[in-house]
Design a protein around this ligand. Structure first.
Ligand code: ZN
Length: 458
């Protein structure tokens, strides 16, 4: 089945044709590791994780190469290092660890490559030297600048007019620009900056600009031309436009054939911002919601549509997973067989990653499982599991899910259930009933069976 993807470069939904089906390549811009990831930061890794899973199923696991970087040298990291007096590497290692834990909780598979900017400085310097030699970049007091008018088709991704681009480029203050749209590829070291963010280079000690980091890491891990480049919509300009400028002027070939961008996420219909005080950190949300609930919430809207993050959305997502896992539990005793995901699930995902439709297909499977005769249980069980795997959902033990996972709350309920067993053994039926009623009021049902007492959330 053909995969269709909306390409920002053309504005069209196109059939995806990799340059080499035995080596499909995808690069997605990763986080700058100086603070916690908020839920908006989690949308691209989860969306492109679904694409990664679809590509792996289509072309074979070993034929898909996926790189997602860590930006571990950047103005914000340097500011954090100076402010805290801690080495930059200590800050980035700390937040990288948290980011990796957060993404694992959201069911994000480990990409093939996880390059760090600081590991690729020689590649960045080589790229900048090529750009200088070809007349696309020049040395200046502030470092090295890319000369935008030297590229005839600059702006082809964002299709912005020149005034817009100049306004965007003005964010980087530099009095030494030949053209107002020029941008930094190398930033000369400033007094007071810590030693670990200074690298010697033929064009003066300094550090790379953010855009050249991705150009160099994409080249080092995947090559000069890649199939898919992805990221959040906010990266189209200037970040991806400038990646294209650097890579294409240096290599004389397209940087990527398909450019994919996910839409924004809002909080209760408002833009997430520190000044409003509505920033939702993944790390904090995970203390209240299962990672799988958050993942389903992130996939409940199509990636090219805005997603409004609300507590209702999370409650609905939890209820959806409860329904799916309950269907799973009904047929859970069936023997394990191997099955492909139903065609409807693959068709939905192949149609520009239509995750809402894929979730509707999963719901239909659950309905079928709730009605099915025993003879159909093995097939339905395998289809539910295989479909869930395409979305990174439904891989937990359904009994664990019903118990709410191995959370602290689960441990507390386990203890209450044990106390009730002890009360019954001591013929203290009033106490046993009191515990049962207390748990019932919390929505927890105790089930007494021949092998002892278990519980589930109702
Ligand atoms: Zn990037």
């Amino acid at each position: 089945m053909d995969i269709r993807l909306t390409n920002t470069l053309t504005g069209e939904k196109e059939i995806f044709r990799p340059a080499d089906p035995k080596r499909v390549t995808m690069y997605v811009c990763g986080p700058t590791t100086y603070s916690y990831a908020h839920i908006g930061n989690a949308r691209p890794p989860v969306v492109f994780d679904v694409l990664f899973r679809l590509l792996r199923r289509t072309y074979g696991e070993s034929h898909v190469l996926y790189a997602a970087n860590f930006t571990d040298v950047d103005d914000k990291i340097i500011a954090a290092a100076i402010e805290s007096g801690r080495p930059a590497g200590e800050i980035t290692a700390h937040f990288e660890r948290i980011y990796r834990d957060d993404m694992a909780a959201l069911g994000v598979l480990e990409p093939t490559f996880r390059p760090h900017a600081t590991e690729h400085i020689p590649g960045m310097i080589a790229l900048i030297e090529t750009l200088i030699a070809k007349g696309h970049a020049y040395r200046s007091e502030s470092g090295v600048l890319f000369n935008v008018p030297s590229m005839a088709d600059y702006g082809k991704l964002s299709r912005r007019d020149r005034d817009d681009m100049i306004a965007g480029a003005r964010v980087e203050v530099a009095a030494d620009k030949r053209d107002p749209a020029d941008f930094a590829v190398w930033k000369a070291s400033k007094p007071g900056e810590p030693p670990e963010v200074r690298w010697p280079a033929p064009f003066g000690e300094g550090r790379p600009g953010w855009h050249i980091e991705c150009s160099a890491m994409a080249k080092a891990t995947l090559g000069e031309t890649i199939d898919i480049h992805g990221g959040g919509r906010d990266l189209i300009f200037p970040h991806h436009e400038n990646e294209i400028a650097q890579s294409e002027c240096a290599h004389g070939k397209p940087m990527a054939h398909y450019w994919l961008h996910n839409e924004f996420l809002s909080i209760d219909t408002e833009k997430m911002s520190k000044s409003i005080g509505n920033v939702k950190l993944v790390h904090e949300l995970l203390q209240h919601y299962a990672g799988e609930t958050m993942r389903l919430a992130l996939l409940s809207a199509h990636y090219r549509k805005p997603l409004d993050w609300t507590s209702d959305l999370l409650d609905q997502s939890k209820a959806t997973l409860d329904r799916l896992y309950n269907a799973f539990r009904r047929i859970g005793s069936a023997e394990d067989v191997v099955a492909e995901p139903p065609a409807g699930v693959i068709a939905a995902l192949s149609d520009d990653l239509n995750t809402p439709q894929a979730l509707a297909e999963l719901a239909a499977l659950a309905t079928a499982a709730n009605k099915a005769e025993r003879a159909d249980w093995p097939r339905l069980k395998a289809e539910l599991r295989a479909s869930g795997a395409m979305l990174g959902l439904l891989q937990a033990d359904p009994e664990d899910w019903a118990r709410g996972g191995a959370s602290e709350d689960a441990a507390r309920i386990d203890a209450l259930v044990a106390a009730r067993v002890a009360a019954r053994a001591a013929k203290d039926f009033a106490e046993a009933d009191r515990i049962r009623n207390q748990l019932a009021s919390e929505g927890v049902e105790i089930m007494d069976g021949p092998k002892g007492s278990t519980w589930r959330r109702t």
